[in-house]
Design a binder for this molecule. Structure first.
Ligand SMILES: *[C@@H]1O[C@H](CO)[C@@H](O)[C@H](O)[C@H]1NC(C)=O
Ligand SMILES: *[C@@H]1O[C@H](CO)[C@@H](O)[C@H](O)[C@H]1NC(C)=O
Ligand SMILES: *[C@@H]1O[C@H](CO)[C@@H](O)[C@H](O)[C@H]1NC(C)=O
Ligand SMILES: *[C@@H]1O[C@H](CO)[C@@H](O)[C@H](O)[C@H]1NC(C)=O
Ligand SMILES: *[C@@H]1O[C@H](CO)[C@@H](O)[C@H](O)[C@H]1NC(C)=O
Ligand SMILES: *[C@@H]1O[C@H](CO)[C@@H](O)[C@H](O)[C@H]1NC(C)=O
Length: 456
């Protein structure tokens, strides 16, 4: 125990030293190595006096806030205490100065530091291009030194992170637009932030409680039921987004890549298997869609897959939404995830490394399949197998005729009819009757990948 403490103190001193060394190196990722992962916040402040703790804590927070902007934005933040990062998919603003947030009308008051008043407004949600979703704006007023902001009703010692819990119940959007960006934005603070969840959806907060409570020690604030003025030492409004179900360790704030996120998920949901070779026997989970993009011969598929040597679990879509804690463990206990292109495949993030993801690519879904779920699988070290259906396996043949451009040239439908009508055809009107003989080859390949992993 005592030895442990000495060690921590040593780490603390080293850490401070490395902090000084690494300040000019912010863009090279070293900072992350020192702060983001190896050294937790508590270790960092171990053994200091109360006054020192406060100073260090302020510096700790300021340092990590500044990692959320780069280049010109960083210079602006250093100079004025306020800057926004505007990217293709997302926008977030950082204030290192004390702010007041009136949650009644989601207005953030930030001192401008001069006699000039200015204001800006953003919708704190990633994938801005998917708006208009009903995402409420947050107004930020940079008030001049000749105006008084509303007075504080609650004082908080930690930065606020303001984001919208969105509008859909779609697991892809929940994970892609909110959970991953929230992780990217807040992980570095070591749970020492307060979440202000605009458009607060109790179902979202309940579903992702395990994740939210790991990223923040505190109960999230729901502005709709807590319309008061809250004061914070600093704030981030909006979340940093990297890419489709992706994390880029070189992007802001630096150091948060897919492996770190997967480690976080395993810890959060107590996932047992890090690697597929630990899964006791070949086990395949089939995501059974019940609305659109159904497998019309699902029972025969299941028989064939069992016959090939897998234990098969079938999960109906409605079940996906319910209990993420149980469901993540179920997915993690499987060596293969199989499904038609669709949001349910987002659950691939729970697979062990070295597992296999088989995506059935329906007509017209090739690009989306690859971009949304294929790239993610590869980034996780999960083997990605695609089963591209033949036109004759698609129900669209019956609907449009074998010679229709819908069947012979799906790409042209996107160009001629536009994105939305094309999506209706390919995503909403299409089911598939799998060619069992051909599909068996993919299943056998998956089995050999999984069994090879035992041999290693
Ligand atoms: C927000 O509401 C408060 C209290 O109702 C009001 O004083 C303030 O002017 C409002 N701010 C904006 C920007 O509407
Ligand atoms: C307000 O800011 C201006 C600079 O923009 C400064 O000249 C003035 O002295 C400041 N007033 C107060 C009361 O701080
Ligand atoms: C006011 O804010 C806008 C962006 O919201 C910015 O372009 C402009 O430079 C700001 N003006 C001043 C005086 O800070
Ligand atoms: C509003 O939030 C504050 C601080 O987070 C809390 O103390 C207070 O009880 C909340 N009020 C309501 C009505 O939820
Ligand atoms: C990751 O981020 C860096 C820095 O923003 C960028 O240069 C690089 O292209 C990104 N990588 C990918 C795969 O998007
Ligand atoms: C499709 O086109 C081919 C030749 O272009 C023709 O032989 C065939 O009868 C057509 N099939 C249908 C169902 O129209």
């Amino acid at each position: 125990m005592e030895k442990d403490q000495k060690k921590k103190k040593l780490v603390f001193r080293l850490n401070t030293f490395i902090l000084l060394l690494s300040l000019p190196l912010l863009f090279f990722g070293l900072d992350f190595f020192v702060f983001g992962q190896r050294i937790s916040f508590d270790q960092h402040f171990h053994g200091g006096t109360a006054a020192k703790k406060t100073v260090d804590e302020k510096e700790f927070i300021k340092f990590h806030l500044s990692r959320l902007v780069r280049g010109e934005d960083r210079r602006k933040l250093d100079e004025t205490g306020f800057a926004c990062d505007t990217a293709v998919h997302s926008v977030h603003c950082v204030s290192t100065k004390p702010v007041r947030i009136d949650t009644g009308n989601m207005t953030v008051y930030i001192p401008s530091g001069s006699d000039v008043q200015n204001e800006t407004s953003i919708r704190p949600y990633a994938r801005q291009e998917d708006l208009p979703k009903p995402i409420s704006p947050v107004r930020m007023i940079l008030y001049g030194n000749n105006t008084d902001p509303p007075s504080c009703e609650f004082h908080h010692g930690l930065p606020a992170v303001v984001f919208s819990s969105g509008s859909t119940g779609n697991v892809f959007h929940e994970i892609n637009d909110i959970i991953i960006p929230l992780y990217i934005t807040t992980k570095q603070f070591g749970s020492r932030v307060l979440l202000v969840v605009e458009d607060y959806k109790p179902s979202f907060v309940a579903k992702y409680r395990a994740i939210l409570s790991r990223l923040s020690y505190h109960e999230p604030i729901n502005p709709a039921t807590n319309a008061t003025v809250h004061c914070f030492p600093s704030t981030v409004v909006g979340l940093k987004y990297h890419d489709n179900l992706a994390l880029n360790a070189s992007d802001i704030p630096g150091g948060y890549g897919m492996p770190a996120f997967r480690t976080f998920l395993r810890a959060t949901f107590s996932l047992r298997y890090a690697h597929v070779s630990q899964v006791p026997r070949p086990r395949l989970v089939l995501l059974s869609r019940t609305g659109t993009r159904r497998f019309l011969n699902e029972d025969e598929m299941i028989d064939m897959i069992k016959d090939a040597g897998f234990q098969v679990l079938v999960v109906k879509r409605s079940k996906l939404a319910s209990n993420i804690e149980k469901f993540s463990r179920l997915i993690n206990s499987c060596s293969v995830l199989l499904g038609a292109h669709g949001a349910g495949l987002t659950n691939e993030i729970f697979l062990p490394t070295g597992a296999v993801m088989i995506q059935v690519e329906l007509l017209g879904t090739e690009w989306a399949s690859n971009t949304y779920y294929g790239d993610t699988a590869r980034a996780m070290g999960v083997r990605y197998l695609r089963y591209r259906i033949d036109p004759d396996e698609s129900s669209l043949v019956k609907l449009y005729g074998r010679n229709s451009s819908v069947v012979t040239d799906p790409g042209s439908v996107f160009i001629q009819r536009g994105l939305i009508p094309a999506r209706i055809v390919f995503l909403d009107q299409q089911n598939v009757r799998i060619n069992l003989a051909r599909f068996r080859e993919t299943i056998v390949e998956a089995l050999s990948i999984v069994t090879d992993s035992f041999a290693r």
